[in-house]
Design a protein around this ligand. Structure first.
Ligand code: DGP
Length: 112
């Protein structure tokens, strides 16, 4: 989608620090990290939000990809948190489905 920030990262038009890449998904470091490790995993195909996701297979593969990112970042043993902010109350600010992968410190609960 031409005016989507994350589609521009997928196309290389906007630079990002890539953590993991495969034909269907890419993961890159969040520009405003909220934890020692903060990576965003996205489908390369434009999906506006989790509310717009109609592909069960993609959902499963995205989670598996995110798990692989966490393993690659060395987070698997101590643990990590996946977050999918959805629409305004969820705090979504970029309108391309993304999974936050946060780790490197203990996470608080409940989230803010
Ligand atoms: P959310 O609020 O869940 O929609 O998260 C959007 C995240 O995207 C937020 O943590 C900051 C990050 N972000 C916004 N613009 C850029 C950018 O240009 N590059 C990178 N790497 N991350 C960005």
């Amino acid at each position: 989608m031409s005016d989507c920030l994350f589609c521009k990262i997928v196309s290389g038009e906007i630079p990002a620090t890539i953590a993991k890449d495969d034909p269907e998904f890419v993961a890159f470091r969040d520009v405003n990290p909220q934890a020692p490790t903060h990576v965003l995993a996205i489908p390369k195909r434009h999906v506006r939000s989790l509310n717009d996701l109609d592909d069960d297979g993609l959902a499963g593969r995205l989670l598996r990809f995110a798990k692989g990112v966490a393993e690659g970042e060395g987070l698997a043993e101590n643990g990590y948190r996946l977050v999918v902010n959805t629409n305004s109350d969820g705090g979504q600010t970029v309108w391309h489905l993304h999974v936050h992968i946060l780790g490197g410190r203990a996470m608080a609960w409940p989230p803010g």
